[in-house]
Write a protein that binds this ligand. Sequence first.
Ligand SMILES: Nc1nc2c(c(=O)[nH]1)N[C@H]1C(S)=C(S)[C@@H](COP(=O)(O)O)O[C@H]1N2
Ligand SMILES: [Mo]
Length: 502
Amino acid sequence: MGPVTGGLGLGAAHLVAAFTTPAASPVLAVGSTVIDRTPTSLKEWAIAHFGTHDKTILVGSVLVVVLLLSTAVGPLARRRLGYGATALAALACVAAACALHRPEATAAGAVPSLVAGIVAVAALVLVMGFGARPARTSTTGPSGGPGHSALASRRTVVVLGILAATAAALGEAGRVVIGRKAREEDVALPPPADPAPPFPAGIDDTVPGITPFRTPSDRFYRVDTRLDVPVVDSGGWSLQIDGDVARPVEITYRELLAMPMIERDITLTCVSNSVGGPYVGGARWLGVRLTDLLDRAGVSRTADQILSTDVDGMTISTPVTLATDGRDAMVAVGMNGAPLPRAHGFPARLVIPGLYGFISATKWVTRLTLTTYAEHSAYWTDRGWATDAPIKIASRIDMPRALATLKPGGQVMGGVAWAQDNGGVARVEVSVDGGPWTAAHLGPTAGNDYWRQWYAPWRATPGTHSLACRVIDGAGQTQTPARAEPFPSGASGVQTITVSVA
Ligand SMILES: Nc1nc2c(c(=O)[nH]1)N[C@H]1C(S)=C(S)[C@@H](COP(=O)(O)O)O[C@H]1N2
Ligand SMILES: [Mo]
């Protein structure tokens, strides 16, 4: 009965949280605390093995652990009701503590956990009452029908079943409410004052199976510390620029949209992307030049760090010199011709070409504080990651898939390559079975900050083959074969896949 009473509490709390602060739902609050406390190495392992499913798996694990812990409640309650109730209350307190310790949490954050505790204890009292109450038929029937205790326990099973179904229904209702609140806002974005050149047709149609030149927003990778998607109302949103500035400023969404917009094609890359990994995507971004915003506040010469804060109080740091060196850094409001999807930072996020997302791409940004690295350290800095991390030049094989079985004869390998800070992709080379590096064909360019598609025909003979690719940037540098793990400043190495031909 423990898991059922615990589950009922969690379900009720999730629904209450859905109407108030979704992040304060006990399962999400505990999950977020786990994320923040997890050692970097374990987090990297989880991202590498579970990929984008890491959030689902975490929420599921928290749920399972809580339900397992609450199995102890049944035996405790049978010894004495108070023991069981105390155990449930203790679990609720842990959840409340997690919710209250979230950055930016208010006292209201404890409410859903409180509800969880009350509902769970009430359910426990109810179930124990049903089990204990004497049944109306207190004698065994002539044909050996159920006796008192058997009837009572059958009744308990029915009650438990109803409660379990209620728990699931409440939790699902919470999920639906959160989903409805997260519907996209209807915003009309202004046209760019400084538009990007027409987006070239990639080789999507001519090389079947190649990664699309532009990543659709709903297929764009997502990496962040949030378990749910923050729902930020553009009407209540503003961006503060403060710290070492001549005059702190606050800019509303409406004011931001009234500023001149630039439009750029930029490839976003995650530092956690391993060689050949999926955490990279190309999109067209619309936003206000970061320096236009910073100039309004007047950045002091002492500042060396832009500490950006999101709605949760999560922080990302960017070196001032890199953010203001003339690259197309922006506070973006649009992605691929539409307002930012909530998962990608609505109403506004930073996009800075050439820097890994964890030091540049703050989603749901609310504040830019000009400060120094000596004075303040950001979320990932506290976890040992680099503070200065340009995106390493890299290339990826997307076709054929590793370990694919191919037909002998003419085959095509292909993929994408990027070299944002280094004069773009000048050349991609491929090597079959460790043989000489030969030039691949390149797709069109959408600027140096954007990835490029490539493909190379090769002749497949029966047997097992290894295929490798590497990029050479506009400065003549060749992608290094030296392997490095993502931590602390990005992976390097040449991707090699094995395929069989039969
Ligand atoms: N608020 C916030 N912004 C964030 C993050 C985060 O955890 N919280 N993650 C960053 C990281 S590590 C990356 S790689 C990019 C990913 O952006 P995307 O999810 O839109 O692809 O967002 C960055 N911005
Ligand atoms: Mo990242």
